[in-house]
Design a protein around this ligand. Structure first.
Ligand SMILES: [Zn+2]
Length: 345
């Protein structure tokens, strides 16, 4: 019995506790431990605002995280307003990962308030702040003049830079997970960079004279800069102000002048403005087709290939390249496991 009383803690002796109260002291100690180091056994509760951000966190975090996505498919993050339930979800998280650069414009006040108690990570802003200075930021115009365009996920090499940002943060919060996090980060980087190389090779097949991408709003500036397209978004960078008649007229003029055969709808924005551009082009005696629907600010449905970042960009590149007269490159071997998982060719 004596041996048991001396074993194991300083705590017991400091509190001068006898053998009789040892179980209580041990219970207190265990409770304290569960609150501290023991947390690493539980997946980190993360709320991600948009799917593209959630994909990085899930890809890096694996079983070390449990990720909830606040804005689902078809939700426009520029206009999204949090419900009481959303605020509660955010408040219960251990970490909130959002894009930043004002993408989640209406959510800013909520993030600032909840962020006083919950750790937050503005992924695109952290990518931009990386010390190596390799991030190519696009400056916005209109309402975004002088500020960074927030749609960094359009370029897969740029988005891949967020992998280490996320891995660092998750490792800080779950140190026991670090080796697994680093390994998963390395594999995810390989996939994103293979996707980037494939997107480059595919885009290179589009005739030079048709390298103009006309979409509902300016979500594709990083995509265009990376893969060689001039981008014309009718509504500008944010969708908070609607397209004017002048915007539609100017875009129709651009379509006729450039001779592009196709223009594109986005999943989060009403097709009305793109259809109005098509009508205006026809009024001027020209013609243009709707080349398909692109994922601008949200991914596809969960459980579909486009519900992943790889599948979303693959869809966008395939849609744009084929509608503008190019041919997609062979799918890279590094992404064979992705194709297998989603039963894609
Ligand atoms: Zn946008």
């Amino acid at each position: 019995m004596t041996k048991l009383c001396l074993h194991p803690t300083v705590l017991l002796r400091r509190w001068r506790l006898g053998c009789g109260v040892r179980p209580l002291a041990l219970a207190l100690l265990m409770a304290a431990t569960a609150h501290g180091f023991g947390q690493s056994a539980q997946p980190l509760a993360v709320v991600a605002t948009v799917g593209m951000v959630a994909d990085v966190v899930r890809g890096v975090g694996g079983p070390c995280v449990e990720v909830t996505t606040l804005m689902g498919p078809g939700i426009d993050p520029h206009l999204f307003r949090a419900s009481a339930g959303d605020v509660e979800r955010l408040s219960r998280a251990e970490l909130i990962v959002y894009n930043g650069f004002n993408l989640e414009g209406q959510l800013g006040a909520v993030l600032a308030r909840v962020g006083q108690r919950v750790a937050t990570l503005p992924l695109s802003e952290r990518i931009a702040a990386m010390a190596d200075g390799h991030t190519r930021l696009v400056e916005g115009d209109g309402d975004y003049a002088g500020r960074a365009d927030p749609h960094l996920w359009g370029a897969a090499d740029l988005w891949a830079r967020g992998i280490d940002v996320v891995a660092d943060e998750l490792a800080r919060m779950r140190p026991a997970c670090e080796p697994a996090l680093r390994e998963r980060a390395e594999r995810l980087r390989e996939q994103y960079l293979a996707l980037h190389a494939w997107a480059l090779a595919s885009s290179a097949t589009v005739p030079a004279s048709w390298r103009t991408l006309v979409t509902s709003h300016d979500a594709f500036e990083y995509f265009g800069a990376a893969y060689g397209f001039d981008v014309a978004g009718i509504e500008g960078i944010s969708t908070e102000s609607e397209a004017s008649i002048a915007d539609i007229r100017d875009t129709a003029d651009l379509v006729i002048a450039s001779g592009v055969p196709a223009i594109f709808i986005e999943t989060t924005i009403s097709p009305r403005t793109i259809e109005a551009v098509r009508a205006a082009v026809r009024d001027r005696g020209g013609d243009v087709v709707i080349g398909g629907t692109l994922f601008g600010d949200a991914m596809g449905d969960a459980g579909t290939p486009e519900g992943t970042y790889v599948g979303m960009l693959r869809h966008n590149v395939t849609t744009v390249v084929e509608a503008l007269g190019g041919r997609v490159a062979p799918w890279p071997a590094e992404l064979a496991s992705w194709s297998e998982a989603w039963a894609q060719p």
